[in-house]
Ligand binder design. Sequence first.
Ligand SMILES: Cc1cc2nc3c(=O)[nH]c(=O)nc-3n(C[C@H](O)[C@H](O)[C@H](O)COP(=O)(O)OP(=O)(O)OC[C@H]3O[C@@H](n4cnc5c(N)ncnc54)[C@H](O)[C@@H]3O)c2cc1C
Length: 398
Amino acid sequence: MPLLIIDEQACIGCGACVDVCPFAALEMIDDIAVVNDNCTACSACLEVCPVDALSLPERQAEAPGAVDSYRGVWVWVEQFNGQASSISWEMMGQGRLLANQLGVSLTACVLGENAHPLAEEAIAYGADRVFLAEDPTLRVYRTEPYSKILYALVREHRPEIFLLGASSRGRDLAGSVATDLYTGLTADCTGLEIDPETRLLRQTRPAYGGNIMATILTPHHRPQMATVRHRVFEVPARDPARQGQIVPVSVSLSENDIVTRVVDFIVEEEEVNLADARIIVAGGRGVSGSEGFEPLRELAHVLNGAVGASRAAVDAGWIPYAHQVGQTGRTVRPDLYIACGISGAIQHRAGMSTARVIVAINKDPEAPIFDVATYGIVGDLFQVVPALTAQFRRKLRT
Ligand SMILES: Cc1cc2nc3c(=O)[nH]c(=O)nc-3n(C[C@H](O)[C@H](O)[C@H](O)COP(=O)(O)OP(=O)(O)OC[C@H]3O[C@@H](n4cnc5c(N)ncnc54)[C@H](O)[C@@H]3O)c2cc1C
């Protein structure tokens, strides 16, 4: 249902709102503005209405004391084809720590078709309770059914914290659920902790182009919602002996209620899974062109790793965006990150500085990448990288 409120008595039918709406959510019928379901409550129309005939409902803070009635930490378990994304278990580890600190339970939300094994996995990774919604309509992720179910669960059970992965699906779902709940959402968190005095969730994320780390609080609304970047937290140890409660959730959805249809899945031509790679060989502007990535690919191949890139290399069109590491690319946490011809700008470091071992190859000894490198090699990458490849090839063969 659209959120926009139109005062029909005040509307003069000027059509200014229709022209400015980016979602084609407004039209004129009998000289009165009428809103449809495309409305996202973006508020673009409010500013242009000359007679203040348009408004959005007041976003009410919870009544004093009401926020204290919310209890518990929740995590959404993201899955594709019945396989959980590792980010879900990373959040489960952090969710467990937060729940322990608050003295509350940790709940996992598992949605899918035949998803019972995932519910058991969620318990093994730390959940005390799992809400399990199984239905053919939930087989693949779609915003409408997933957000409807999570919205209803939150309304009924009132968790104080709700974490989702900052994946494409998690970002989409979190925004939808938070909007319906009228609560705050901090996107792309790289740190989460509890303020022991206030019980508030301190949600930390890079801001202003990565130049500062902002800590965001949600004092007046619940739940405190956050999406969490992949590989920021460690996957906890799996304990198959852990006990927990699986609560089935009844699903009363039919395909006819859902507008979105999944037509097909198209796998990216050059498949790259940076998030799960244990070794990454990344190139920057220093590789000087798309062919400059060849020696890096060879090294990555010998080490059974993946190829990453700086934004400069991606923007130059030398390598697809899926390889980009950094603030506006992927966050990675490999065992070994080899940065070749990358200066080490803060936005790049935001995505890789938690790698266990960082090797930097750069011909400028003053390059900032050396500040975060475990080992630094000052030299020309076109000499150093092939030499490393030859050495590793020899070592790994013996
Ligand atoms: C809002 C915002 C978001 C951003 N997000 C990202 C992001 O997600 N990821 C990201 O990477 N950047 C991001 N950036 C861009 C970032 O600020 C830098 O511009 C970018 O990381 C620089 O890429 P680079 O290190 O490859 O290039 P440069 O900074 O140009 O560095 C090239 C390096 O290569 C070295 N070099 C040159 N030739 C050789 C050689 N033959 N051998 C060895 N070394 C050599 C040079 O000494 C130099 O240090 C973002 C910027 C903004 C404003």
